[in-house]
Design a protein around this ligand. Structure first.
Ligand code: ACO
Length: 323
């Protein structure tokens, strides 16, 4: 069977920085509360950029990094919960702007697990044969659906995009994936479909039962990581880099503890970007690569959770020579 893996990666975030001190002037909160409860110090907020704008910037870098031409892409998948429009799919806007003229395009909605879901789909497309290169993008502008007068949510989120080119590899590439959902907990984190239909101002923005999501996340991040490593036949101690969804440092620490991982093997950038939803894992992976934290042959574990409630984990052997 053909092996599939990541051939190139890139990310993009808006220039606009919103710090905890800025938020202190907007809602009844403090840098101390946000830092100790979440690990976040600042986040990037779009100033007119849409999800597709950030997705295009990230994807251009991933395409260049993979040394392919846009026309070599056979499919564009955008994982997002903040599409530019209800339709067409954001992936179609991105496909056009990148010049991926031979590619199909579709969006995928799995909240913050979206990138791992899309990576799983892309891996199977490449392994099955006719698709040589699949562009996988996680992109969200949660600031567009965040109520900046609600301190329980507005301190958590940021905007961004991350992208990867998935294609045939000589190495082992993606070793295993594990996706899941518990739709019964869907109302812990939701947004009404149309803001215009929202019953009240508050209903037009992200609604979240924070402590329910927190408990779910702490359990599922560890469970999902252990299950994907079991499927990949990799012992936790053999993981070289753990790249978790960057939602909250306490959730990341709890997952790392379940795996018994040394702190040096955990990639964290939640302090800089907050929770960027589907963009979180690919931004973290791309930054880890940029910082020289990934060597060819390293075993990498990705794990995320999000709206749905969903979870997704992947174990892979890193293919790309060191940055
Ligand atoms: N500043 C100051 N106080 C605050 C703030 C704030 N920004 N937000 C809440 N508080 C208060 C609460 O009102 C509460 O006060 P009370 O005790 O007087 O009622 C107190 O702080 C404690 O609130 P908790 O909700 O118990 O705080 P907790 O320790 O659970 O932390 C948090 C809250 C950070 C939201 C946590 O529950 C969490 O991280 N949950 C998961 C959120 C998440 O990861 N969502 C993922 C989204 S994924 C996607 O698909 C988009």
């Amino acid at each position: 069977m053909t092996n599939a893996g990541i051939l190139g990666i890139g990310y993009a975030v808006p220039d606009g920085v919103l710090t905890n001190h800025d938020l202190e002037r907007m809602v009844d909160t403090s840098d101390e509360w946000i830092t100790t409860r979440t690990g976040i110090k600042e986040r990037r907020i779009a100033n007119g950029e849409t999800t597709s704008d950030l997705a295009v910037l990230a994807a251009k870098k991933a395409i260049a990094h993979a040394r392919i031409a846009p026309q070599d892409s056979d499919m564009v998948i955008v994982a997002t919960i903040t599409p530019d429009m209800a339709f067409p799919a954001t992936a179609c806007l991105v496909q056009d702007r990148l010049g991926c003229t031979r590619a199909g395009a579709f969006d995928l909605s799995a909240g913050c697990s979206g990138f791992v879901y899309a990576l799983d789909v892309a891996t199977h497309m490449v392994r099955s044969g006719p698709y040589r290169h699949v562009l996988v993008i996680g992109a969200d502008t949660l600031s567009a659906i965040t109520d900046f007068s609600d301190r329980s949510t507005c301190v958590l989120f940021g905007d961004g995009a991350g992208a990867a080119v998935v294609g045939q590899t000589e190495g082992r590439g993606v070793l295993a994936t594990y996706l899941g959902a518990d739709g019964g907990q869907g109302m812990s984190l939701y947004l009404p479909r149309e803001r215009a239909e929202a019953a009240s101002h508050k209903d037009g923005f992200i609604q979240m039962a924070g402590s329910d999501v927190f408990k779910f996340a702490v359990r599922i991040m560890g469970d999902a990581a252990l299950e994907v490593l079991r499927r990949a036949a990799v012992a936790p101690e053999d993981v070289d880099l753990f790249v978790p969804h960057q939602a909250n440092i306490r959730i990341i620490d709890a997952a790392a503890k379940r795996l018994g991982l040394d702190g040096r093997k955990i990639f964290v950038n939640v302090h800089k970007y907050g929770n960027t939803s589907a963009a979180s894992i690919p931004i973290a992976l791309a930054e880890a690569y940029e910082q020289g934290r990934l060597n060819k042959g390293d075993i990498v574990t990705l794990v995320g959770f999000g709206a749905g409630l969903t979870w997704g984990a992947a174990a892979l052997e890193w293919e790309v020579p060191k940055a």
